[in-house]
Design a protein around this ligand. Structure first.
Ligand code: KMH
Ligand code: ZN
Length: 272
């Protein structure tokens, strides 16, 4: 089965001071996504920034960014409802009203670096229900074993449709550390027949992405997860990191999924 590569160009935390190549404005994000698509990505995970480069759930900015991407390439759109630590949950959840093909669903609150990532149970249930009503596929972001249990409870409540889609997120301070043991533990606990990928934040990004691929997962690549292409070398672009993931897939004798293949596997609808 081919490997789906998701590009995450921007994220909620990093700034241009951390890496001047980080895209923040709509035209910059759209150009970065197009380059990543050309490099092999079939899904774009999107965070938006306002004119001061702060994380935002502003619907006009989000719409403009998505339109610019859709003008340039057919990549699948996955909107982050995580948005940023300072953005209230009710603003974050409104992003699904733009009806992207996919959106993230973070099932639990947690410490997140020096901040807090708030996902109250009532809000998570409401968002899951709204995504189900709109036919938007959730990607469940799980940072700890209890988050997986919370996601499975949502499924048991009938708020998530099969087949479940998970990101195992390791390396956030407040979640599980980015170690091979933690990845193996989490991957083993996933339900049969789900779709999954590892999101390895920080310096273990490459090594854990490789292990995730070897375990049968998909890959995520981009400057949301690491600002470096090598030790001490800032990444030039998310496309460069996608190319690195493609190299790993090739080395493991795999094939990279096209948008059509990714759509079929993630959404189950080849035409939408
Ligand atoms: N950067 C991730 C660790 C989401 O997109 O839904 C957290 C996040 C969540 O950005
Ligand atoms: Zn994100």
């Amino acid at each position: 089965m081919s490997t789906i590569i998701t590009v995450a160009t921007t994220g909620p935390i990093a700034t241009k001071a951390d890496n001047p190549n980080l895209p923040t404005q709509p035209h910059e994000i759209a150009a970065a996504v197009k380059d990543a698509y050309d490099a092999g990505a079939s899904v774009a995970h999107l965070h938006f920034r306002d004119e001061n480069d702060k994380p935002t759930a502003d619907l006009a900015i989000a719409r403009r960014t998505i339109d610019l991407i859709r003008d340039q390439c057919p990549i699948l759109i996955q909107v982050s409802t995580g948005v940023g630590l300072s953005v209230p949950f009710d603003e974050r959840e409104a992003l699904v009203e733009l009806r992207p093909e996919m959106a993230t669903l973070n099932p639990c609150s947690m410490s997140f670096g020096v901040g807090e990532f708030l996902n109250p149970p009532s809000g998570v249930e409401r968002l899951a229900r709204r995504m189900q009503e709109l036919g938007i596929r959730p990607e469940l972001e799980i940072y700890d074993t209890g988050h997986l249990d919370a996601a499975l409870r949502l499924r048991d409540q009938g708020l998530l449709d099969e087949r479940l889609q998970f990101s195992i997120v390791l390396g956030v301070r407040g979640g599980m550390a980015a170690t091979p043991e933690n990845l193996q533990l989490m991957a083993r606990r996933l339900p049969q027949d789900c779709v999954w990928q590892i999101i390895a934040i920080g310096r273990e990004n490459l090594r854990l992405t490789a292990i995730g691929l070897a375990l049968g997962g998909n890959a995520r690549a981009g400057m949301e997860d690491t600002l470096y292409s090598k030790k001490g070398e800032l990444a030039a672009s998310s496309a460069q990191l996608v190319t690195r993931a493609v190299t790993l897939v090739d080395a493991l004798d795999g094939a990279v999924a096209s948008v059509a293949e990714a759509r079929q596997r993630l959404i189950g609808d080849a035409t939408r």
